[in-house]
Design a protein around this ligand. Structure first.
Ligand code: RAM
Length: 942
């Protein structure tokens, strides 16, 4: 039907009909008063996924900002299969009206969805006055292949790389090229490609790359247990007649070494798997699967690919048209095949892959000499370059990468054994366009040699493709202090650089591992800056898979042979991260999924303890500044190891206890409660005397921080412990003396002690050790050591100087919870505490956070003594505002002045709260006096 020929009235009617069809039969649902819910998503927050992984999905939505009701009192979710109609016959699952305020992570309870199922869903809600909303827009989700038995395909690869042939490392380091042709005699209605690799893959259909923006797929999981698969809609890429499907693979993490063990690199052959499922218009189906009919080639242009060392590309070996039907595969060999094994699960990728997110163009040219040019992108980051470069046949173009240029010297020592180099060998004069496929770099500077010397280097020769897991960055925090804003920006770059399919410690040297300790200190901070729930829960699945029978958690996940023991403060990621995710999201399933792992980790703790004192090994307060000269383990800091391990044991017990309470595991809770009591007593008596001095070890900031943050002192001791901590900070001329474990605890502990002013002092410190020290020395990301580098002296001679480690970026949590003052008062921010920490150093701060209910935003400013706070509370949420340092004068809501507002129960809406700073606050700034305001008595009416 050609709609344009219909008279417009008819057209309108037709459209109305379609809308009604989409919304289903609603005539009996009157009155339709509320706006439909918005922001619908499934699982950890994906919209309309293809290749989805959950057979019992979770549904989330938000109340529209302009809905008339403020709170949800009930919801109804409906699912239909095959098509987006919700007629009675079509509705496959209906939750019915469920009385509940929940608007997120609502679990589907129909019969389990199966591989390939495509379902449509919609939701409507009732507000607190029982007014029903419109149905939401219809959403869809299509499942990937959930079981190994769904696969007809086999693993394929080049025959020379078969392990029985004992292939040389150099051969295994080459990329493999794989293809097969097939004929289609009918019109295609729908086609899906399910694809993965042992290693890394790029897939092609009829000459076009499938999803060119997806890189480093399938990503990094414990390959011996689980490999993720990607699903693509390739309907439009197929044609009647001859078709070609092709894959290009390399070893990636699968065949990779860690650290300097080059002999372990390229010991495994990369393999490809693909299953193309086609449905024709006639209803017939056809499957093209990777099998013995495919052909392979190993002497293509990519002769070497390695995560740490880079890529070597030979233009002369380019294979014109190999992904197209017209190609003659001379010299190609039949592949070797291997069946899928039951032990290695093939499962749909759970979170967004690494993608090309941004392209940084026009880098500054900072040096040109003797055929060498150095570019500066002005930002330390991660990804690959795209070159567009004049070359001469026979010359080798070389690209080297660096995070720093110290006094003109291109510094690569901190990459250690990672060669991080690209070699491009042209066989023709001209301009080459190229970007590496199977490697990545952490860098700010690129040095190029071997270009055509007749050209003057140009800023257009190079751009930087920034790559990371495709998580939405929501970071929104700005203040009146530019250096603080720069720090916040650096921390976001640290996140973007290290969220690379898994949480990396660093993205550049011969390490780049999923260190658990780094992850636990940064997870909650990262939640404030980006939509990373899916990222973390996917990684936690890998952590579960890597846990040993006895509960031991390796130091980094996925585990590869290098350092094989467990550390307190690192393994405790398994209790800390699930709990943080639960607090941030309110989704108890993250606790349920990880609870057995948490319990088992406690068993491991127990096995390392005697009389409630832990002897577990530990990396300690890693990279604490100014370790004692006598300390033989200087990197591990001066805080007593047993104290650290006992503190983390107790903390893990406390968090598992809370999880047990949420999950109604009452017996466990009872046992854990008793255990926690014993651990606390032992912490107090074993490490401290009655005056709370350390008995057998050095008094450190971290020793007191652990006790305070993990609530291990008796209530009566808290004040003394706080004073001890503050005295140690004073002794250090108001500097921190904390490493990886102590630093993330500083802000909250000091705030709880009523000393946010001290947090500000530490935060605004310019001298070492401090955050601003790195900025004063040119940092554009956060560093591994407080003094990894200085403009005057260059790199820290101690070594281990990554300039892109996110651990100290954990302070960003306080930007949101402290400076803006947005804290979850109930899991999932259903209740929010708004308690901005004011300080003379700032005249204003603004920012927001995306809660599961919607965006909460805070904007405060101080002008002379006048204080103004503009606050936006999302729907279905209640906020409590605490402003102990302000005498309130006026509170107004969107719809007019409402002076008698109860600031302890603010409902959704926008408020302007004004007042004057209390004199005792402005005069001293030393202590923040808590004065209850009796000004506010009455609740805002809706
Ligand atoms: C280093 C990494 C990592 C840290 C471990 C203990 O190799 O920098 O960040 O967690 O050590």
């Amino acid at each position: 039907m050609n709609l344009t020929r219909l008279p417009s009235v008819l057209l309108l009617l037709a459209l109305l009909n379609v809308t009604m069809l989409l919304q289903g039969c609603q005539s009996d649902d009157a009155p339709l008063l509320g706006k439909a819910p918005v922001e619908l998503s499934v699982g950890e927050g994906v919209t309309n996924p293809l290749g989805y992984y959950e057979s019992e999905p979770r549904f989330s939505w938000q109340l529209a900002n302009d809905a008339i009701g403020n709170f949800q009192s009930a919801y109804q979710i409906q699912l239909s299969k095959q098509n987006p109609e919700f007629s009675k016959a079509n509705v496959y699952w209906d939750s019915g009206k469920v009385d509940s305020e929940r608007n997120s992570w609502v679990r589907y309870s129909g019969s389990k969805l199966r591989s390939r199922d495509k379902v449509f869903w919609r939701v409507r809600i009732w507000d607190d006055k029982q007014r029903v909303s419109n149905w939401s827009q219809v959403q869809s989700m299509e499942l990937g292949l959930l079981n190994n038995s769904d696969w007809q395909a086999q693993w394929i690869g080049h025959p020379d790389t078969a392990i029985e042939k004992q292939p040389e490392q150099a051969l295994l380091a080459k990329a493999q090229y794989l293809r097969t042709e097939f004929n289609l005699s009918e019109n295609v209605k729908k086609a899906r490609l399910y694809v993965s690799a042992k290693g890394l893959f790029k897939a092609y259909l009829n000459g076009s790359e499938i999803a060119p923006e997806d890189v480093m797929t399938p990503g990094w999981t414990p390959y011996q247990k689980r490999i993720e698969t990607l699903t693509y809609d390739v309907t439009d890429m197929l044609a009647k007649g001859r078709n070609v499907i092709a894959g290009n693979i390399a070893g990636g993490w699968y065949a990779g070494r860690v650290y300097k063990f080059k002999d372990k690199e390229h010991r495994l052959p990369a393999r490809f798997i693909a299953q193309l499922e086609i449905e024709f218009e006639s209803g017939q189906t056809k499957i093209i699967a990777s099998d013995q009919n495919w052909l392979s080639f190993v002497d293509g242009p990519i002769q070497f690919a390695s995560i740490y060392d880079g890529e070597h590309y030979y233009q002369a070996r380019e294979i014109d048209g190999w992904t197209q039907p017209s190609f003659t595969p001379d010299g190609w060999q039949q592949v070797v095949t291997a069946a899928i094994r039951d032990e290695v699960k093939l499962v749909p990728k759970q979170h967004a892959p690494v993608r090309v997110i941004e392209s940084l163009t026009k880098p500054a040219i900072v040096a040109v000499e003797n055929g060498k040019v150095i570019y500066d992108f002005g930002q330390n980051m991660v990804g690959v370059p795209q070159i567009q470069l004049p070359v001469k046949a026979g010359q080798t173009v070389q690209l080297r990468f660096a995070e720093a240029l110290h006094k003109g010297e291109f510094y690569t020592d901190n990459y250690r054994s990672a060669e991080s180099t690209v070699f491009y060998h042209p066989n023709k004069d001209g301009i080459v366009s190229y970007r590496p496929r199977f490697t990545y770099f952490g860098y700010r500077y690129i040095e190029i040699t071997g270009y055509d010397p007749e050209f003057i280097p140009s800023e257009d020769w190079l751009s930087a493709l920034v790559q990371h897991s495709d998580v939405t960055i929501n970071a929104d925090f700005a203040t009146s202090q530019p250096k603080l804003n720069k720090l916040a920006e650096n921390i976001v770059w640290g996140l973007r650089s290290n969220f690379f399919d898994i949480p990396l410690d660093c993205p550049q040297r011969d390490e780049r591992l999923g260190w658990t300790g780094d992850a636990q200190v940064f997870a909650m901070s990262s939640m404030y800056m980006a939509d990373v729930y899916g990222f973390w829960s996917a990684w936690l699945r890998s952590v579960r898979e890597e846990q040993s029978e006895d509960g031991m958690i390796p130091l980094y996940i996925p585990f590869v042979e290098w350092i094989n023991w467990a550390s307190s403060g690192w393994g405790d990621a398994v209790t800390i991260i699930p709990w943080d995710l639960y607090v941030a999201t309110g989704d108890a399933s993250v606790l349920a999924d990880n609870y057995p792992m948490m319990l088992s980790w406690l068993d491991y703790h127990e096995s390392q303890s005697r009389d409630y004192v832990s002897h577990m090994k530990t990396f300690g307060d890693w990279l604490q500044p100014y370790p004692e000269a006598t300390n033989k383990n200087a990197n591990r800091g001066d805080t007593d190891f047993q104290l650290i391990s006992t503190a983390f044991y107790a903390h893990s017990v406390a968090l598992t206890l809370k999880a047990a309470q949420v999950l109604d595991k009452n017996k466990d809770a009872e046992r854990l409660q008793a255990l926690l009591g014993n651990l606390k007593s032992s912490f107090q008596s074993h490490f401290f005397d009655e005056h709370l001095n350390l008995t057998d070890s050095q008094a450190t900031q971290t020793a007191y921080l652990l006790g305070l943050a993990f609530d291990l002192f008796a209530e009566s001791q808290r004040g003394t412990a706080e004073n001890k901590l503050i005295a140690l900070i004073d002794e250090a001329d108001v500097h921190l003396r904390t490493g990886f474990l102590g630093t993330p605890l500083l802000a909250e502990v000091l705030q709880n002690a009523g000393r946010s002013d001290l947090v500000y002092q530490l935060l605004f410190k310019e001298s070492y050790p401090s955050w601003f020290y790195s900025i004063n020395n040119g940092a554009t990301t956060t560093w591994e050591r407080w003094n990894s580098y200085s403009l005057a002296d260059g790199f820290n001679p101690e070594g281990m100087n990554s300039l892109n480690h996110y651990a100290y970026g954990s302070i960003s949590r306080w930007f949101y919870e402290g400076i803006l003052g947005i804290k979850p008062a109930a899991p999932g921010f259903k209740h929010i505490l708004i308690e901005p920490q004011l300080n003379k150093k700032l005249t204003s701060a603004s920012g927001s956070y995306h809660t599961p209910q919607g965006k909460v935003s805070v904007q405060w400013s101080v002008n002379e003594q006048r204080f103004t706070l503009v606050l936006k509370v999302p729907k279905n949420t209640q906020a409590e505002v605490k402003l102990p340092t302000v005498t309130l004068s006026n509170v107004s809501a969107e719809d007019g002045a409402v002076n008698n507002v109860d600031l302890s129960t603010l409902g959704p809406g926008q408020y302007v709260i004004e007042g004057t700073l209390k004199p005792e606050f402005t005069n001293s700034m030393a202590r923040l006096n808590v004065v209850n305001s009796d000004l506010i008595t009455q609740k805002v009416g809706n």
